[in-house]
Each structure stands twice: as structure tokens, then as C-alpha cells.
Design a binder for this molecule. Structure first.
Ligand code: GLU
Length: 550
């Protein structure tokens, strides 16, 4: 046995398996030509960031549109960052937005697939086999440097205006002989395991990023840590082993990882793995005071997906909106194919913006209004009731008292070829529906300037006399027109415009007066439908109340 093999054995006395073992039990996947295997590999930091949802969506689309597979792996090697229940929160969020992985963790507490375990903290035995093999080949070594020694090296680097990091002449333990290292391991000294980097800063690497195009960077020359002193791997090392053994073909992740690509490509090479293809996703940005910055967990409520749940944006709205960010041609496609499922969209990574897309709340609202306008009354009613149960208890009490009445509210002007787009989110519903409930109706009457209160009063009194709750929309308006001449109003707008001074107003003004009396608003969906839903008693009470106030 060589000294090097002895060293590997002393460092990993319990490791008997070889990398071949894992190559055999995690064979290449049997997927059709061109199928892409993608993944989301979050740390369980406890909440679903909009950027993570976005990245998950892009990964899933890439897998789905190629007949591939999207899986979820939990990168929980950094226990300091771990939040209790954090992974479950992320999974629950993905599930709620329909971005459910097919393999790995697919839902809270539910794991599927033959390439696991999918939690890094359960894979220590696998990582150790690979590190042992690297040590035995001289491609990794134990590093015994103490924090003081590292600090002294950093000071020397600063004094020499050199890069900080463990490389070249500053990589003290790299120069230990195998015998020296063995003796220190056997003496029980604490150590981390480092890569013996074959790289040089003088050389450059090139890779084709699927989103950003060709990127050139200096090679990695740092002897990065593979295993920490407690035997837990670093993210860099663990992810390379995992992406290989889980047979990942495409790594699509946030572009904060671009700087790590030289390290990652080197790790793949040293480990003898074929590297995946990379695509680095630009972050979602926010504009503030003319400056663009990344959506921030600290400053922006909309950075957390939970915000959209609280506001009552349907999951579909958020995903449709994220699609418009992800692909410059999605909106066009959607206009041409309003009813197609999203899966039919020919998604292409090349259409993703190489710089950050701006989060645009107005756009989200527009997209969401369209999504909601296409939902049927029952869907809307159920969704609003479920949302209100959680976030608007007073409103929920009103709705729950009479579901049919609630359904009637959301059914008005829905289902036709040009549905109204009043609601962008369920949080708009309490205000939208307020006047339907006596408890929330304030009865304020703000008449247009050109209508005198006495004339408005006369219109309401006359209408009260002929009001017929059974009338359809046409008959309803005819009734108003028929009343017009006797009240000094003009039945036809066109006629009125020819001689505005000859009348007190026109039939449209009369319906506005009625609308104000019944709803308190100048702008509502179809008033005839509203009055039918409200019922005779409530309408009469409101007319009387308005008449008394004028
Ligand atoms: N665990 C890393 C993160 O928290 C994943 C990076 C990657 O996708 O490679 O973002």
C-alpha cells in the first residue's frame, strides 16, 4: 500500500465502497433523446422567495417541454441557515403554484424516485467514498491549518495585494508529504479536506451559458474545501456529486452562482464526471428611485411568495405573470392562444432575458385580471370565500351567510365574450362587493355636478313607482327612457347633445342617479343585474334612503 493509500484509509477507515458502486446503483436514466433532467436544490431557509418559484418554474418547463424530468433535492449541509419546517414551506408553496417536482421531495414529507436520498444530510456516506477516492489519487488532501494560520495568510495576502484564498504558495498544507499528512491524521489533529486544484489563474475557461451566452473566466486555482472538519461536505462538492449521480443534464439556477462555475466545472473534471449544461437565470429586479436592484427579502414584501397568497392572487395569475418575465414571446402567444394550457407554449431558454427583468405590479394586476375574468362564478366564489376565511374574517362572515348571494355578486357580467376585469386579486373583493351588503354600504350620494339634487330626487321617486324587479336589462332601460320626458330628461343621448340646455339630463344620467342610490358608486357592473340580485326589499330601502337624503 502506498503512503497515499494509507492516508486515504486513515482518513476514512470506515469507507469500503468505491465510486463504481454508486455508478452502478444510479445508472444513467432511460429517457428519450434530448430529454432534460433539471432540479431545484434549495437550502431549507424557510420561505419561498419569488425568485426561487421563478427558477423552479423555468426548470420544470425545461424538463416538461423536452420529455424530461424535474426533481427536488434538499441542500441542507449548512445547519446554521436551516429553518425548522423550511423545506416543507418551500414544497407547500411549489405545490400550491402547480410547480410540483416529479422526483425527490414532491410534497411535504413525500419522497419519490430511485436516485435518492434527496436530502444532502443523508448522503454523507456517498460523499465520503468520493473524497476518499480523490485522496487516494492525490487529488485532495487534508488541511490542518488553524484559524490563526488562515488569518496570518490573509494578512500576508493583503500586504502583498494578492487575492485572498487558499491557493498556490498560500496553500500551506498542499505541500505536506503524504507521510507528514498521515502522521498528523494519526495523531488525531483536526482537519478539513481540500481539493488539490489543477487550475491556474493564468488560464481561462469558456463555457456556453444557455441563457447568458458564452462566458469566459479565469480557471479556479483555489484548493476549495470539500469536507469540513465534521465530515460534512461543502455545497460546491456535494452538488457536483449529486448532480452527477442524480443524472442531471441541465443546471438552471440564479446567476449569483456564475462566479462559482469555474470551481464547479473543475470539480466535475477532477471527479471524472461529465459536467451538466448551465443556464444562469437573471434575478427579478425592482425599480426604486430610478435604480434597479434585486428584489430583497428584507425590503420588499413581494419577494416572498406568501405575499401573493395573502393578497389573494390566484396561483395561475402569478405563474402567467412569471411566464411573461421568463419568455419575451409568451404574451404574444397567449394573445393568440387564450385558452391553451401553458404546457403547450414552446418554451425556449434562449428567449430568457440575460439581464434582470423588472417586477411590474401593474403588469401582474393586468395579467391577473384577465386570468380571473376567465374563471367561472363558482370558482371565483369558492376562491374568495377561502381567501376571506383566512385574511378578511369580517368579509367572510358576510359571504358565508348566503353563498348563493355571494355567487350572484361574482356572477354579474361574467361569462360573456367581454367579461369585466374588476378583480386583480381576492383582496380587491371586499371593496368590490361592499355595497351588496347593508353592513358595508355607506349610502353616500355624490351626484355629478350637472344634476340638481331636486331633479335626482324626482327621478328616484318616479322610478320607485314603476320599479319592477322582474325586468330584464332591455325592459329595465326602456322603463327609464319612458320616464324621461315627464321628468324633463331626454330619452336619447344624441338628442340631448344637440340641445343640452333644453333638458335636465338624459336617460344615462337617470341610470347614474339610480346607480348612485342603489350602490353608492358611479361605476359598477350591470345595474339591472345588481338590482335583481339585491332583491326588491333591499332596492326599495335604498331608494327610500336616497330620497330622504336628497
Ligand atoms: N443550494 C443552492 C442554493 O441554495 C443551490 C444552487 C444550485 O442550484 O446549484 O441556492
Amino acid at each position: 500500500m502506498t503512503a497515499r493509500e494509507k492516508l486515504a484509509d486513515a482518513m476514512f477507515p470506515d469507507v469500503a465502497l468505491t465510486p463504481e458502486h454508486f455508478e452502478n446503483i444510479y445508472p444513467p436514466r432511460q429517457l428519450k433523446e434530448g430529454a432534460r433532467v433539471t432540479r431545484l436544490a434549495p437550502s431549507p431557509t424557510g420561505y419561498l422567495h419569488l425568485g426561487v418559484l421563478y427558477s423552479a418554474m423555468v426548470n420544470k418547463l425545461t424538463a416538461d417541454t423536452s420529455g424530461g424530468l424535474f426533481y427536488f433535492r434538499l441542500e441542507d449541509t449548512d445547519s446554521k441557515r436551516e429553518v425548522e419546517g423550511g423545506a416543507e414551506d418551500i414544497l407547500r408553496g411549489l405545490n400550491a403554484y402547480g410547480i410540483t417536482p416529479e422526483e425527490g421531495f414532491v410534497a411535504p414529507g413525500e419522497v419519490r424516485g430511485g436516485y435518492g436520498p434527496y436530502r444532502q444530510s443523508e448522503r454523507a456516506a456517498i460523499y465520503h467514498v468520493y473524497v476518499k477516492s480523490l485522496v487516494a489519487q492525490g487529488l485532495a488532501y487534508p488541511c490542518f491549518c488553524t484559524e490563526e494560520e488562515r488569518q496570518a495568510a490573509r494578512e500576508r495576502q493583503e500586504a502583498a495585494k494578492a487575492r485572498t484564498g487558499y491557493y498556490g504558495e498560500y496553500a500551506l498544507c498542499r505541500r505536506l508529504t503524504d507521510e507528514e499528512a498521515l502522521a498528523r491524521v494519526e495523531a488525531g489533529e483536526s482537519y478539513v479536506v481540500r481539493l488539490r486544484s489543477p487550475g491556474s489563474e493564468e488560464r481561462r475557461i469558456r463555457f456556453d451559458d444557455l441563457i447568458k451566452g458564452t462566458i469566459e473566466m479565469p480557471e479556479n486555482d483555489e484548493d476549495i474545501v470539500l469536507l469540513k472538519s465534521d465530515g460534512i461536505p461543502t455545497y460546491h462538492f456535494a452538488h457536483a456529486v449529486d448532480d452527477h449521480l442524480m443524472r442531471t443534464t441541465h443546471v438552471l439556477r440564479g446567476d449569483e452562482w456564475i462566479a462559482s462555475v469555474p470551481k464547479h466545472l473543475q470539480l466535475f473534471r477532477v471527479l471524472g464526471f461529465k459536467p451538466p449544461k448551465y443556464g444562469h437565470i437573471s434575478p427579478i429586479m425592482k425599480e426604486e428611485g430610478g435604480n434597479k436592484r434585486k428584489l430583497s427579502k428584507r425590503k420588499d414584501p413581494e419577494a416572498a411568495v406568501h405575499y401573493f397568497v395573502q393578497q389573494g392572487y390566484p396561483a395561475d395569475s402569478v405563474i402567467e405573470y412569471l411566464m411573461t418575465i421568463a419568455s419575451s414571446d409568451f404574451e404574444d402567444w397567449r394573445r393568440r392562444n387564450p385558452a391553451e394550457p401553458r404546457g403547450a407554449f414552446p418554451f425556449n431558454l434562449k428567449k430568457m432575458s440575460a439581464s434582470g427583468a423588472l417586477f411590474d405590479p401593474d403588469k401582474l394586476n393586468d395579467v391577473s385580471k384577465t386570468v380571473i375574468s376567465r374563471m367561472d362564478a363558482d370558482e371565483v366564489t369558492d376562491a374568495v370565500i377561502a381567501w376571506a376565511a383566512e385574511y378578511a374574517p369580517d368579509f367572510h362572515r358576510l359571504l358565508a351567510r348566503d353563498r348563493e348571494y355571494a355567487r350572484g355578486i361574482f356572477a354579474i357580467d361574467r361569462g360573456g365574450s367581454k367579461p369585466r376585469k374588476d378583480l386583480a386579486k381576492w383582496a380587491d373583493a371586499p371593496d368590490f362587493a361592499a355595497y351588496f351588503f347593508d353592513e358595508a354600504f355607506d349610502g353616500a350620494l355624490c351626484l355629478p355636478e350637472h344634476i340638481a339634487p331636486a331633479d335626482a330626487k324626482a327621478v328616484l321617486a318616479a322610478y320607485r313607482g314603476v320599479y319592477d324587479p322582474a325586468q330584464d336589462r332591455q325592459a329595465w332601460f326602456q322603463t327609464i327612457k319612458d320616464l324621461a320626458p315627464s321628468l324633463g330628461f331626454c330619452p336619447e343621448v344624441k338628442e340631448y347633445k344637440k340641445d343640452p340646455d333644453g333638458y335636465k339630463g338624459h336617460a344615462g344620467d337617470m341610470s347614474t342617479i339610480l346607480r348612485l342610490a342603489v350602490t353608492g358608486r358611479a361605476n359598477t357592473p350591470d345595474l339591472c343585474g345588481i338590482m335583481r340580485l339585491m332583491g326588491k326589499e333591499r332596492v326599495l330601502a335604498r331608494l327610500d334612503r336616497a330620497i330622504a337624503r336628497l
